[in-house]
Design a protein around this ligand. Structure first.
Ligand SMILES: Cc1cc2nc3c(=O)[nH]c(=O)nc-3n(C[C@H](O)[C@H](O)[C@H](O)COP(=O)(O)OP(=O)(O)OC[C@H]3O[C@@H](n4cnc5c(N)ncnc54)[C@H](O)[C@@H]3O)c2cc1C
Length: 462
C-alpha cells in the first residue's frame, strides 16, 4: 500500500483551519472538511497521493491557489486534497527564452521571480491566484492582447495522471493531453506539477486609468467595445462599470521605450468618447505595472483596481461577446447596474461589470489549436456581485443570474476560469466545439473518472 508523503495534515494537525479554507475565509471551502490534505513538495508526493487515493478509494481534488469560485478544489468529509502550492520553484535564466516553474506559484511570487531575470509571460491581476488553475483554464491579464492567454505561452507540462504515471506533455509528446491543458480547465485530467513557458524580455510599460461620470455610459461603452478589441495589440485593458455610478478604464501599453509616448494618441478614441473626470498615464518598469494591477504597490494606491478583496463575499460569472453590443444591449447593462436588489447591509465594494478586452494575439490562434474556443470574441463580460449579510445572498445571486440570462441574447459561452454552478449547459458554454475532443482525451487518460468534481469533464458526452 502506498504511503502519503509531503506535509500531511488532518483535523488533529496544527494549522488545519488555515489549510482547509479557501483564499477568502467566507468561501464555501470552510464548510468542507476533507479527511486529509497533502501539501506536496515534489512530483513524487503527488504520485503517492494519487496512488493512495486510488488504492483506498478516497475521492480527491487538486488544489493550487484555492481561487476556484465554486470551491471545486475542495471537498467534504472522507476525501483528500492534493495541494501543489509548495511546489513553487522558478527555473529561468537571465535573457533566456523559456522558464520552468512550479505549478503552485501565486502571481506575486511568479511575477517578481521572473522579473529577477528580466522576463515574463502572461499572468493574472489577482495577487494570490494560483498558476495551475489560471493556466489550465486559459488566463487573462494585462499582456493578453500582445502575448496571448497564459495557456498560449505554454511549451510543456509535467502532469501526474490517474494511474500515477508522470507524463511530460508538449506539442511533440502526449500532444493530446498538452492540448487539453491549454484551456481544458483545472482538475480534469491529472495533477500538474510544473509548466514550461515561452518567455518575453521586459522593459518599461505605460499604465493608464481613465474615469468617466455615469452620464457617459452609452458613449463610453460603445466607443470602448469598438476600440479595445481592435486597437494596437500592445494595449490590454478592462472597462469597469461600477454600480455606484462611475466608469473606469484601466490597462497597460507594453511597448519599447521609443513607442511609449504613442499611448496618448492611441487612447484618443476613448478620451474623445465623453469628457473624462480623471486621466492618469505613467511610464513605469514592467514589474511596477504588474505590482500595480496585482494591488501590491503601496506607493500607488490610486491604481488599486482589482476587485474581490479577501473579506468581501462575491459572486462572479461571465460571458463572451463576439459582436459590438447594440444600444439595447448597452441599455440592459445600465438597467441592471442601476437596479440592484435592496440589501440589508451595504457591501464594502459596489457590484459591477467589467469588460475585458480580447482580440490581438488571442485571435491569432485557431479555435481548435488549443482547448480555448472563444478566440474570435471581442471581449468578456465579467459580472461581479457583492454582499455582506447572509440574508442578502439570495437576492444578490438571483440578480446576477437574471442579469447574465437577459444578456445572453447578445452573448455566447462562458470563461471556464469563472466557474458558475448556475449555468445549466456549462460544458457547452465553457468548451463549445472543443467539448467532444476534451471528452475523448478525458476517457483516454482518466477512464475511471478519478478526477471528478461538479462541472468536471465527463468520460462520455452527456
Ligand atoms: C481574486 C481573484 C482574481 C482573479 N483574477 C484573474 C485574472 O486576472 N485573470 C484570470 O484569467 N482569472 C482570474 N481569476 C480566476 C482564476 O483564474 C480561477 O479562479 C483559477 O481557476 C484559480 O486557480 P487557483 O489555482 O488559484 O485555484 P484552485 O481553486 O486551487 O484551482 C482551480 C481549479 O484547478 C484545479 N487545479 C488546481 N491545481 C491543479 C493542478 N496542479 N493540476 C490540475 N488541476 C489543478 C482545481 O482542482 C480547480 O478545479 C481570479 C479569481 C479570483 C478569485
Amino acid at each position: 500500500m502506498t504511503q502519503l508523503t509531503g506535509r500531511v495534515l488532518n483535523a488533529q494537525s496544527t494549522g488545519w483551519d488555515e489549510a482547509r479554507v479557501g483564499f477568502a475565509e467566507w468561501a464555501p471551502y470552510n464548510q468542507n472538511e476533507p479527511q486529509v490534505i497533502v501539501f506536496c513538495q515534489d512530483t513524487q508526493d503527488v504520485v503517492n497521493a494519487i496512488n493512495w487515493a486510488r488504492e483506498n478509494k478516497v475521492p480527491l481534488r487538486a488544489r493550487s491557489g484555492r481561487h476556484n469560485y465554486e470551491a471545486y478544489s475542495s471537498l467534504n468529509k472522507g476525501g483528500i486534497i492534493i495541494d501543489v502550492s509548495e511546489i513553487d520553484f522558478i527555473r529561468a535564466e537571465q535573457g533566456g527564452t523559456t522558464a520552468t516553474v512550479g505549478a503552485g506559484l501565486d502571481m506575486v511570487t511568479l511575477v517578481e521571480g521572473l522579473n529577477d531575470v528580466g522576463v515574463s509571460f502572461p499572468t493574472a491581476t489577482g495577487a494570490s491566484v494560483g498558476l495551475a488553475g489560471l493556466t489550465l483554464g486559459g488566463g487573462f491579464g494585462m499582456t493578453t492582447r500582445l502575448w496571448g492567454m497564459t495557456c498560449d505561452s505554454l511549451a510543456g507540462v509535467e502532469i501526474v495522471t490517474a494511474d500515477g504515471k508522470v507524463l511530460n506533455c508538449s506539442r511533440e509528446q502526449n500532444a493530446d493531453l498538452f492540448w487539453a491543458c491549454q484551456g481544458g480547465g483545472g482538475g480534469n485530467f491529472g495533477i500538474v506539477t510544473s509548466f514550461t513557458f515561452n518567455t518575453h524580455p521586459v522593459g518599461n510599460v505605460a499604465i493608464f486609468s481613465i474615469t468617466w461620470p455615469w452620464a457617459g455610459f452609452e458613449a463610453v461603452v460603445d466607443a470602448w467595445q469598438k476600440w479595445a478589441p481592435n486597437t494596437d495589440r500592445r494595449i490590454s485593458c478592462a472597462l469597469m462599470l461600477l454600480s455606484t455610478g462611475q466608469i473606469k478604464l484601466y490597462g497597460q501599453f507594453t511597448a519599447d521605450d521609443k513607442d511609449l509616448p504613442l499611448i496618448q494618441q492611441l487612447l484618443e478614441p476613448m478620451l474623445g468618447s465623453f469628457p473624462p473626470i480623471v486621466v492618469s498615464i505613467s511610464a513605469v518598469p514592467f514589474v511596477v505595472g504588474a505590482r500595480t494591477f496585482l494591488r501590491v504597490d503601496p506607493l500607488n494606491p490610486q491604481w488599486f483596481v482589482h476587485a474581490h478583496d479577501d473579506e468581501q463575499i462575491f459572486k462572479s460569472t461571465s460571458a463572451y461577446v463576439f459582436e459590438p453590443l447594440c444600444a439595447n444591449g448597452i441599455g440592459t447593462l445600465k438597467k441592471y447596474l442601476e437596479n440592484l436588489p435592496k440589501l440589508s447591509c451595504p457591501p464594502s465594494q459596489p457590484s459591477m461589470v467589467q469588460l475585458l478586452g480580447a482580440g490581438g494575439a488571442v485571435r491569432d490562434i485557431a479555435i481548435d489549436a488549443t482547448a480555448v474556443y472563444a478566440r474570435e470574441a471581442d471581449f468578456i463580460i465579467q459580472y461581479d456581485a457583492y454582499w455582506t449579510a447572509p440574508e442578502d445572498g439570495k437576492p444578490t445571486l438571483d440578480w446576477v443570474e437574471q442579469f447574465r440570462n437577459e444578456m445572453t441574447q447578445w452573448t455566447k459561452g462562458a470563461y471556464v476560469n469563472y466557474v458558475d454552478q448556475r449555468i445549466p449547459q456549462y460544458l457547452q458554454e465553457y468548451y463549445g466545439p472543443n467539448l467532444p475532443r476534451l471528452v475523448e482525451i478525458k476517457a483516454k487518460y482518466d477512464p475511471q473518472n478519478l478526477f471528478s468534481f461538479p462541472q468536471g469533464i465527463p468520460t462520455s458526452l452527456p
